[in-house]
Design a protein around this ligand. Structure first.
Ligand code: RNT
Ligand code: ZN
Length: 417
């Protein structure tokens, strides 16, 4: 991309936005402060590095077998660094427990300690990256259909122990990096078919959460993630949205909004202003459901755009953590990271560029058609020139130029796997 053209386009965009009262330089600063939490699991289709790893189970599924997936921790780190080099800004990395550095040892989930994440902590420091964390209830012989809500006390306790240990690990990460580690808790617990024990399972999940959260962990933050259904668990989800929302409000926890976890016509964006009066902070899992919770790569679609508009309009930028959660095994995985991250960033940029204070005034004055007119006009404003400028300032390829970089990486690295 010609630098001269980018400069000219940005100069024009800057003036166009200034005309409507938007300072693009201030917005570029805000975008620089916007940090995604890149999920490590797109690099290897949610497989992880447990020595004893078996097939994927527990309500989620990754489809596709595109060649070049990371097979070990070194390859995954290399892929993440490649992806990060093509995404402007500085971003966090979100690890799942199954991505520990187990060094050839069989470490069961109720035995894990921070020792297995020490090399991650060092790697993150070396690469100026902050870490987030997740407990892992899936793809384990004890996953079954119930983990934290299992009436079998020994299985329930096993998962309680796992999750407590994960909180300790997250807290240690937070201490090491001097910034709280955001730990997400999602369990697949549910029923494939009709059941008369819904209340029992929810009672057990609440009991497990109470036990798990007993310990104060000052350098980590807990998020809880509900959903509508999981694969093979279609009839009932113990951790439904109402359950976790109520739990979070009562216990001061963060609610995770995964954009693939709602009914097809329900708007995840609408949850933002509904939750914020009661819930201090939100975690996002930005994803893309296609007909179901399919976890396709995030794009600039209407639901994603609307979600970021709602956050900015609510003045809630600092109350949200921006995790990504997609895993498509059918396309180049570095490409998936780059497209998904850049698209989420572009949605945030468009939201930051909206002259929302002016539009709000018009709305409150009853000038309905003007509100509609201005919102429509924003769609064709030159925000893309602002994004290109952001890429230039961050030393990453502008526009489609990242494709050539990925081709090179395929030729030199992933095709040899
Ligand atoms: C599953 C949840 C969960 C997982 C990851 C791997 O439906 O979205 O967040 O995708 O933890
Ligand atoms: Zn999720």
């Amino acid at each position: 991309m010609k630098k001269e053209l980018i400069d000219q386009a940005y100069a024009v965009a800057r003036e166009r936005y200034a005309e409507i009262g938007v300072d693009t330089e201030a917005v570029l600063k805000q975008l620089q402060d916007f940090h995604l939490s890149l999920h490590c699991w797109q690099a290897d289709d949610v497989h992880g590095f447990e020595v004893q790893a078996g097939a994927m189970s527990g309500g989620i599924q990754s489809t596709g077998d595109f060649p070049g997936a990371a097979r070990n921790i070194d390859e995954l780190r290399q892929d993440i660094l490649k992806a990060k080099s093509l995404i402007p800004g500085n971003h966090r990395l979100n690890l799942h427990e199954i991505y520990g550095d187990f060094k050839g040892k069989v470490v069961d989930r109720d035995e894990v300690t921070v020792e297995y994440f020490q090399s991650w902590i060092e790697w993150a420091k070396e690469h100026n990256t902050l870490l987030d964390f997740n407990s892992s209830s899936f793809s384990h012989p004890k996953s079954g259909s119930l983990s934290l809500a299992n009436p079998d006390e020994s299985i329930r306790k096993f998962w309680v122990e796992h999750t407590k240990r994960c909180r300790d690990i997250a807290n240690a990460m937070g201490e090491a990096q001097g910034d709280p580690c955001i730990m997400n808790l999602w369990v697949h617990d549910g029923c494939k078919d009709v059941s008369v024990n819904h209340a029992l399972y929810r009672h057990l999940l609440k009991k497990s959460l109470d036990e798990i959260f007993e310990k104060e962990e000052p350098m980590m933050k807990d998020c809880i993630e509900g959903k509508v259904f999981g694969i093979g668990l279609e009839s009932f989800t113990v951790g439904a949205h109402d359950f976790y929302t109520a739990y979070a409000a009562q216990n001061n926890k963060i609610v995770t909004i995964d954009t693939g976890h709602y009914h097809p016509t329900e708007s995840p964006a609408d949850k933002v202003s509904a939750l914020l009066p009661f819930i201090k902070e939100l975690m996002l899992h930005v994803s893309r459901p296609v007909r179901w919770d399919s976890d396709h790569v995030t794009i600039m679609d209407d639901p994603t755009q609307e979600l970021f508009f709602e956050i900015v309009r609510a003045g809630a930028l600092d109350r949200v953590h921006y995790g990504l959660d997609f895993f498509d095994g059918s396309i180049n995985r570095i490409g998936a990271y780059v497209i998904g991250s850049r698209s989420a960033q572009k949605c945030m940029l468009r939201a930051l560029l909206e002259p929302s204070a002016a539009i709000s005034k018009l709305e409150l004055a009853g000038e309905g058609y003007k509100v509609l007119a201005l919102i429509e006009e924003q769609k064709a404003m030159p925000w893309q020139a602002v994004y290109d400028e952001f890429c230039v300032r961050n030393n990453v390829p502008v526009g489609q130029d990242f494709i050539a970089e990925i081709d090179k990486y395929v030729a030199e690295v992933t095709s040899k796997r």
